[in-house]
Write a protein that binds this ligand. Sequence first.
Ligand SMILES: *[C@@H]1O[C@H](CO)[C@@H](O)[C@H](O)[C@H]1NC(C)=O
Ligand SMILES: *[C@@H]1O[C@H](CO)[C@@H](O)[C@H](O)[C@H]1NC(C)=O
Ligand SMILES: *[C@@H]1O[C@H](CO)[C@@H](O)[C@H](O)[C@H]1NC(C)=O
Ligand SMILES: *[C@@H]1O[C@H](CO)[C@@H](O)[C@H](O)[C@H]1NC(C)=O
Ligand SMILES: *[C@@H]1O[C@H](CO)[C@@H](O)[C@H](O)[C@H]1NC(C)=O
Ligand SMILES: *[C@@H]1O[C@H](CO)[C@@H](O)[C@H](O)[C@H]1NC(C)=O
Ligand SMILES: *[C@@H]1O[C@H](CO)[C@@H](O)[C@H](O)[C@H]1NC(C)=O
Ligand SMILES: *[C@@H]1O[C@H](CO)[C@@H](O)[C@H](O)[C@H]1NC(C)=O
Ligand SMILES: *[C@@H]1O[C@H](CO)[C@@H](O)[C@H](O)[C@H]1NC(C)=O
Length: 640
Amino acid sequence: MAQWWSFRWQIVVVAIVLMVFLTNPGRSEPQTHLLLQTCSRFNATNTKIFFSNLNETFRDVRRKLSNSTYFTTSNLTTNSEPVYVMAQCRNYMSTSDCLGCFDYAASSIRACTTFNGARSVLDGCFLRYENSSFFDETTLIGYEGLCGNRTSSRQSAFETAVNGLLSNLSIATPKINGFYAAATTPVNGSNTTTAYAIAQCAETITPDGCRSCMQVAYANIRSCATNFIDGWAVDSGCFMRYSATGFFRNDQTTDIVPFLVDEKSSSQKGAIIGGVVGGVGGLILLLIAVLLWHRRSTRTTPGHSLFGATELQGPKYYNYSDLKKATRDFREENKLGEGGFGDVYKGTVKDGSIFAVKKLAIDSTTAKDHFESEVRVISNIHHRNLIRLLGCCSKGPELLLVLEYMANGSLEKYLYGEKRGTLNWKQRFDIIFGTARGLAYLHEQYNETIIHRDIKPSNILLDNDFQPKIADFGLARFIPEDQTHISTRFAGTLGYTAPEYAIHGQLSEKVDTYSFGIVVLEIVSGRRCTYIPDEAAGEQYLLEHAWNLYETRMQLKLVDETLDPTKYKEEDIKKVIEIALMCTQSPVSVRPTMSEVVKLLSDRSRVQNPPSRRNVNLSNKINSTSMSNAGTTITELSGR
Ligand SMILES: *[C@@H]1O[C@H](CO)[C@@H](O)[C@H](O)[C@H]1NC(C)=O
Ligand SMILES: *[C@@H]1O[C@H](CO)[C@@H](O)[C@H](O)[C@H]1NC(C)=O
Ligand SMILES: *[C@@H]1O[C@H](CO)[C@@H](O)[C@H](O)[C@H]1NC(C)=O
Ligand SMILES: *[C@@H]1O[C@H](CO)[C@@H](O)[C@H](O)[C@H]1NC(C)=O
Ligand SMILES: *[C@@H]1O[C@H](CO)[C@@H](O)[C@H](O)[C@H]1NC(C)=O
Ligand SMILES: *[C@@H]1O[C@H](CO)[C@@H](O)[C@H](O)[C@H]1NC(C)=O
Ligand SMILES: *[C@@H]1O[C@H](CO)[C@@H](O)[C@H](O)[C@H]1NC(C)=O
Ligand SMILES: *[C@@H]1O[C@H](CO)[C@@H](O)[C@H](O)[C@H]1NC(C)=O
Ligand SMILES: *[C@@H]1O[C@H](CO)[C@@H](O)[C@H](O)[C@H]1NC(C)=O
């Protein structure tokens, strides 16, 4: 229904073009700072009927809002141009301000003329219509945090306070009747002394829907708090905002403490929404709106945006100084991770776009010759399960790659880190399936075969919908043939590395198939393949353990106990385990190709040739002595 919404470039373009006009400066403040407005790509067929329906549903919505409601929907479906409308004001708005904001949105959204869907999101309210019901939508891809550009003298203290506040709000809001909460928190030692924040969900979604929308919004908005004291997160079913400047009165906060105490208390939905009454400190808010408008409207210099229309073009060549500035001089706190090919930093530009910058840890003098042509090859790879290479910079002291940024981080975090146990079976299956598709594309569908060689959870990144995108593919291209040994980590991470490659350096696509099989076992079990078992206690390496269970038909014992057994079919998991084991067989000829894996995963039928342990080489396990001094790497075995 709303696929058009996923086109981020469209959002950026429209949002910038339509940025902010202020209405009625004489009245109290209806908070009409326009955050974004987008139109669908399809025209209504009969525009006369369409406009008449639109007008009628808008009138209905306005009538309901004038009766002290904050959220309402309306629909008119009796003729050929169905219209579904949703409108919502932030609960701190007075009825008259709410109506002022709605009127502003209703007039601004007319810019979408005959398009049969549109949305307009403002500070004080939002309005959306479509030609079919979207009232139960929670999250959609394509949303990112929107950041202001004001900073604090002690941003990290502010960030800590805001993160605590937003995290509390995202827990409390789904449990509160009306799905709205506003709260403040003091900030220690910064020139901004208080952080203000609100969170709100559409009232037509379920508490679970609100919860998952909050999680995504929280992940998006957090990325603003690292650098800025104003931030917004907009999604289909929810909204979040924080600021160092009060945008609601101090007596309009919600007591969220009762909703934080204990997850179980969610049944006591006593919902006490703090005094949400009319009247707003008009002048101050107007001033803020003017300032924001000024700042936002002055940042549209063409060609200056680091993001722009990169979705449509080849690689971009960035200035070293721009990237240095965007990553705040490659500061430690902007570091996202350390990969086999160098460290990755988060870059933020003024318009709020975020991207990842990889500092290639390779000798730039030897690699430079091929650098730009290799970048061109890789930046042509477009697949939904592969991280986009947006551009590069070869003019500075280091070679830099500019990559798509994934707010949810890597699978590693969700399997073993702070988010452990939060992925359900459906999400895990989607990750397995998407990863298989990404690899199949690299191996067989792109016009030259690209072998990844380092598939592991930390190289599988997750987008806002928890769909996987593989990172670091193709980077081996930057290293001259004869120098593949220069990076020890390049040899692959032992445990995920196929035995023939680890031991004999024999490289083929099936090396990735093997690693994929191991990663699938980890996803199913929540156990690391590199975990060194306590053999005295009867423990085994993950792969060995999986085979033993499979052969005794006890493979369900492998399943991560954080998974809710009512949420998956045993047959599905058994099949996935079977496919994973097939992938770990040797010799390579018995391992499936990745496109065969994709087919097996999408097929309803059972696996035809069950894997056999005869075909497995378990001698590849890590021995604890090499672990203790060499980490998980094997220096002398690399090569191709
Ligand atoms: C809604 O619009 C889309 C795109 O024009 C169209 O394909 C679809 O049939 C429409 N749905 C209804 C219920 O009219
Ligand atoms: C929609 O209608 C406008 C004019 O009303 C036209 O310019 C535009 O090309 C149409 N778009 C599509 C996708 O049909
Ligand atoms: C709908 O409302 C708009 C703006 O209020 C007005 O210009 C237009 O004539 C109305 N159209 C119909 C068909 O009622
Ligand atoms: C206004 O809201 C009240 C309760 O929320 C309801 O009883 C009343 O019918 C509404 N009035 C109108 C005109 O919608
Ligand atoms: C559309 O409106 C009718 C009557 O106002 C209502 O009964 C129905 O539930 C609405 N449909 C949706 C999807 O909200
Ligand atoms: C905010 O952005 C505007 C326009 O890009 C710029 O002129 C201004 O200096 C920025 N303010 C801060 C505090 O960075
Ligand atoms: C806080 O201090 C920083 C650095 O001293 C300054 O750039 C910023 O404008 C100040 N912010 C406010 C809101 O006063
Ligand atoms: C979040 O809630 C916890 C538990 O009630 C509380 O201790 C903490 O101070 C709150 N943090 C913020 C920033 O409000
Ligand atoms: C506030 O920050 C200072 C350092 O800037 C620290 O010494 C002090 O303990 C902090 N106070 C609180 C309550 O965290």
